[in-house]
Design a protein around this ligand. Structure first.
Ligand code: SAH
Ligand code: SF4
Length: 354
C-alpha cells in the first residue's frame, strides 16, 4: 500500500484535489477541512456528518496525526514547554506562554538553525532540516488539544490568542513552508487566528522579508541586537551578508505593505557588548534616519550551559530603556518566561543537554 497523505498542512485547494481523486466533490473537502482546522479532529470517526463508508475510505488514504509529545514541562510561572517528535524521529520544542487574559504559542520552524548567532542555544545546534507546513501548524494544534481550546470543545474564555514565530529556527530560511503554515493559521474558515495576533521574528534574511508582508500580512519583529554593523557582525555573523542598512530598507518597504503596524526591534542586552548609553543613542539615530515606525523589545539575555555572555545588569537595562523612551520609542523590557525549564527565548534546543 502506498503511503498515506497527511491532512494537517493541506490547504483547501490541495485537499479538494486529493478528494477529487477518490471521486468526492468540493463541498466534502470543505467539511473535512473544517473537521481538521475548526474542530481539531484527530480521528476520522469524529467526522459525524460523513457516511461511515466515506470515513473508512478516508482512513485508508489519509492520515490525521499530531507530533508525539515526548516530554512536557510546566514552569513556576505556568509557561508550558513541549518536546515534540515528528514521524522521522526529529524533535523540536514548542512553548505556550500564558498571560493574564491571553496567551501566545511560540512555534518552531526548523530543527536547529543555520544562522549561528553566538548568543543562541538553538544556533549552537546547527541545522538538521526544515519543518513542513503541517509540522509548523501542528505545533499550534497540540497546544489547542492540550488546553481543550478548539471552538467546539472549549468554554467561552479561550486563552490561546496569539502566535509568535520565535521558536527554533530562522523562519525566512524556510520561507515557503512558513508562508503556507501562516496562511493556514490565519485562515478565517479554519484555525482563524487574526493576522494582527501573529508575529514573525527574523534575524533579517532580506530577500525573503517582503514575501512575508505581501503573502501573509503578519506583524514583523527583527532581531537587531546591535546599533552598528561592526558590533552586529560580531554577535550575528549573518550581518556580513545582510547588513543593518539593507534590513532597515526592507523594514521601510514592509511597513508600506503592512500599514499601521509598528515593527518591533528585538534587542538582546549583553553585558559590556551592546548595552551602553552610546549604543542606545546610535540606535536612536539609526531609527530616525530610516524613519521607521519602530518599537523596541529589550530582551534580558537568557544564559544556557556553556554560553559566552552575561546578562546586562538591571540598572544598565533600565538606563538603556529610558534613553530610548526619551526619544519617543516604546522600549518595554521583556519579562523572561519559563527560564527554570529552559523555555525562554534562545534557550530552546531539541538535543539532550550534556
Ligand atoms: N530566528 C529568529 C526567530 C527565533 S529566535 C530570530 O532570530 O529572530 C527568537 C528571539 O530570541 C530572537 O530575537 C533571538 O535573538 C532571541 N534570542 C536568541 N538567543 C537568546 C538568548 N540566549 N536569550 C534571550 N533571547 C535570545
Ligand atoms: Fe537562529 Fe534566531 Fe537563534 Fe539566530 S537567534 S541562531 S537566527 S534561532
Amino acid at each position: 500500500m502506498s503511503e498515506k497523505i497527511e491532512l494537517v498542512g493541506l490547504n483547501l485547494e490541495e485537499l479538494t484535489a486529493h478528494l477529487a481523486e477518490i471521486g468526492e466533490p468540493k463541498f466534502r473537502a470543505k467539511q473535512i477541512y473544517q473537521w481538521v482546522y475548526v474542530h481539531g479532529a484527530t480521528d476520522f470517526e469524529q467526522m459525524t456528518n460523513l457516511s461511515k463508508d466515506l470515513r473508512a475510505r478516508l482512513a485508508e488514504k489519509f492520515s490525521l496525526t499530531r507530533p508525539k509529545i515526548v516530554t512536557e514541562q510546566i514552569s513556576k510561572d505556568k509557561t508550558h514547554k513541549w518536546l515534540l517528535e515528528f514521524a522521522d524521529g526529529q524533535r523540536i520544542e514548542t512553548v505556550y506562554i500564558p498571560e493574564a487574559d491571553r496567551g501566545s504559542v511560540c512555534i518552531s520552524t526548523q530543527v536547529g538553525c543555520a544562522v549561528g548567532c553566538t548568543f543562541c542555544h538553538t544556533g549552537s545546534q546547527k541545522i538538521t532540516r526544515n519543518l513542513t507546513a503541517g509540522e509548523i501548524v501542528s505545533q499550534f494544534m497540540v497546544a489547542r488539544d492540550v488546553y481543550k481550546e478548539w471552538p467546539s470543545t472549549s468554554q467561552e474564555n479561550r486563552m490561546i490568542s496569539n502566535i509568535v514565530v520565535m521558536g527554533m529556527g530562522e523562519p525566512l530560511h524556510n520561507v515557503d513552508n512558513v508562508i503556507a503554515a501562516l496562511k493556514l493559521l490565519t485562515d478565517g474558515d479554519g484555525i482563524a487566528i487574526s493576522k494582527r495576533k501573529v508575529t514573525l521574528s527574523t534575524s533579517g534574511i532580506v530577500p525573503n522579508m517582503l514575501r512575508i508582508a505581501k503573502e501573509t500580512g503578519v506583524k514583523l519583529a527583527v532581531s537587531l541586537h546591535a546599533p552598528n554593523n561592526e558590533k552586529r557582525s560580531q554577535i550575528m555573523p549573518i550581518n556580513k551578508r545582510y547588513p543593518i542598512e539593507e534590513i532597515l530598507q526592507a523594514c521601510q518597504e514592509y511597513q508600506k505593505i503592512v500599514t499601521s503596524r509598528f515593527i518591533t526591534f528585538e534587542y538582546l542586552m549583553l553585558d559590556g557588548i551592546n548595552d551602553s548609553l552610546d549604543d542606545a543613542r546610535q540606535l536612536i539615530d539609526l531609527m530616525k534616519k530610516f524613519k521607521i515606525g519602530a518599537k523596541f523589545n529589550l530582551i534580558p539575555f537568557n544564559p544556557w550551559p556553556g554560553c559566552p555572555y552575561q546578562p546586562s545588569s538591571n540598572n544598565r537595562v533600565h538606563a538603556f530603556a529610558k534613553e530610548l523612551e526619551k526619544s519617543g520609542f516604546a522600549a518595554p523590557i521583556r519579562v523572561a518566561r519559563g527560564q527554570d525549564i529552559l523555555a525562554a527565548c534562545g534557550q530552546l534546543k531539541s538535543k539532550k543537554l550534556v
